[in-house]
Design a protein around this ligand. Structure first.
Ligand SMILES: *[C@@H]1O[C@H](CO)[C@@H](O)[C@H](O)[C@H]1NC(C)=O
Ligand SMILES: *[C@@H]1O[C@H](CO)[C@@H](O)[C@H](O)[C@H]1NC(C)=O
Length: 418
């Protein structure tokens, strides 16, 4: 079952011809708070370029440091179907994508100037400031889309493309104009995203009560009898790590040092996801003066920072999600910068997806396989009587010590490349 899924997945990867992209990082001082395209452009010689289905250039503005950082590389597909340059949620991040050889230069990307999108009126409200966001729409803002955040009880406007459609891996975000894109996803209790983006042209589509009722009906109560359970964990480190982070119980030293007992758990949703990033963009002071205010020269850089988010995802319609993986790479050896996958079977969101290797888990221990042959509803079973299914899940999480240590050499190798 699991095997079939991956074979099917492999054959459905679109066969786009590969192109060469510049793979580099540069930084510059901002001009009036904006990126200076002339000083923030880099190219790489052919032997240092990466190969992908598309090229990207990402601009990150660090306003208080008056510094912009531009990172370039390769990507497996166009996030949310975006071509050209666009703000990502706010004016400090611009993402550009193109698909011709060496197209990720400022010339070919129109000096990173975002293209125009339709704008809409939205409700704006911030419950952190003590506002009552449930009683209608007292203040308005104008943006390219409206946002409702149920966790923080916030309403507002976003610029450019929201992050949600690229997280959901939809093909063409612009086709969803006038529609709601709503989700609830979590990787651990402290990492919950619960909200909607919408673009209805008549405006004010993010009014709290209306969106809340929509979310309840179309996200939280949708397909409740047909959910998948997924691994759930968050792990951050400055050093590469392997699949040991999926084991349920923390080691003795982790318990002592970090006061954690569990490394991972499970949750259920319409889909499972796994997301790995391997670096972060930072700016640091170019000199060593003591007071931060005295610093005026900053250097932009990428440094290793590994973050794994693994969890379950609910969404307001299976048409708003595409299973598979999006991967960003750099350099001539395809070093992975980020990899994000969505899958739709029990416990499918295991480490092998982001490592790009075969599933090392013993097949019999993968509960999804067993349960499809029985007439029991796996999720009900799990949520109503944890013991029954947890044995299966535990055998995956804790079992297979021998298998894991046998592949640990491979894991270490793979992470050298990451
Ligand atoms: C890959 O890039 C490195 C520099 O980043 C370079 O030294 C090396 O020669 C390149 N390898 C190939 C096969 O072009
Ligand atoms: C929204 O719902 C809350 C709580 O259910 C209610 O008190 C409030 O009056 C509603 N507001 C509107 C505008 O319907």
């Amino acid at each position: 079952m699991i095997l079939c899924f991956f074979l099917a997945f492999l054959t459905t990867v679109p066969s786009v011809t590969s192109i060469q992209c510049h793979s580099c990082l540069t930084y510059c001082n901002t001009v009036n708070g904006k990126v200076d395209p002339i000083n923030c452009d880099c190219t790489s010689p052919p032997n240092e370029q990466c190969t992908g289905n598309a090229c990207f250039a990402k601009v990150e503005i660090f306003g208080s440091e008056h510094t912009a950082v531009v990172q370039k590389g390769c990507i497996s597909d166009f996030p949310a179907g975006q071509r050209g340059c666009q703000y990502s949620n706010n004016k400090d991040t611009i993402n550009c994508f193109c698909d011709q050889d060496e197209c990720n230069t400022r010339h070919k990307l129109g000096s990173y100037i975002p293209s125009r999108l339709p704008s809409v009126d939205c409700c704006i409200c911030n419950s952190h400031d003590g506002e009552d966001c449930e009683s209608g729409c007292s203040r308005k803002c104008r943006g390219n889309y409206c946002v409702t955040d149920f966790e923080g009880k916030d309403l507002g406007c976003g610029l450019g493309y929201p992050k949600l459609p690229s997280f959901l891996r939809v093909d063409d975000y612009l086709d969803y104009e006038g529609d709601y894109m709503c989700t609830r996803y979590e990787s651990s209790a402290s990492h919950v995203m619960n909200g909607c983006v919408c673009t209805h042209p008549s405006g004010l589509c993010n009014e709290f009560n209306k969106t809340f009722n929509y979310q309840k009906k179309h996200v939280m109560e949708r397909k409740n009898e047909n959910l998948h359970y997924c691994y759930a964990l968050t792990h951050r480190a400055y050093k590469p790590f392997g699949q040991e982070v999926f084991k349920k119980y923390a080691t003795m030293s982790e318990r002592e040092e970090h006061n954690i007992f569990f490394r991972s758990s499970t949750c259920d949703g319409h889909f499972c996801f796994i997301s790995l990033t391997t670096s972060e963009i930072i700016v640091e002071s170019a000199d060593f003066r003591h007071n931060y205010e005295d610093h005026n020269e900053f250097v932009g850089a990428a440094r290793p920072r590994f973050e794994l988010q693994v969890g379950c995802l609910r969404v307001n319609g299976d048409d708003k999600v595409q299973t598979g993986c999006t991967v960003e790479t750099q350099g001539n050896n395809s070093e992975v910068l980020a990899k994000h996958c969505i899958c739709d079977s029990h416990l499918c969101n295991f480490h092998h997806l982001v490592r790009g290797t075969e599933d090392p888990r013993p097949k019999a221990a993968v509960p999804g396989v067993k349960q499809t042959t029985s007439q029991l509803n796996p999720v009900r079973l799990y949520t109503s009587n944890k013991e029954i299914d947890e044995n299966d899940i535990l055998s995956v999480m804790n079992g297979g010590e021998i298998i894991w240590s046998a592949v640990s050499g491979v894991v270490a190798l793979v992470f050298m490349l990451l």
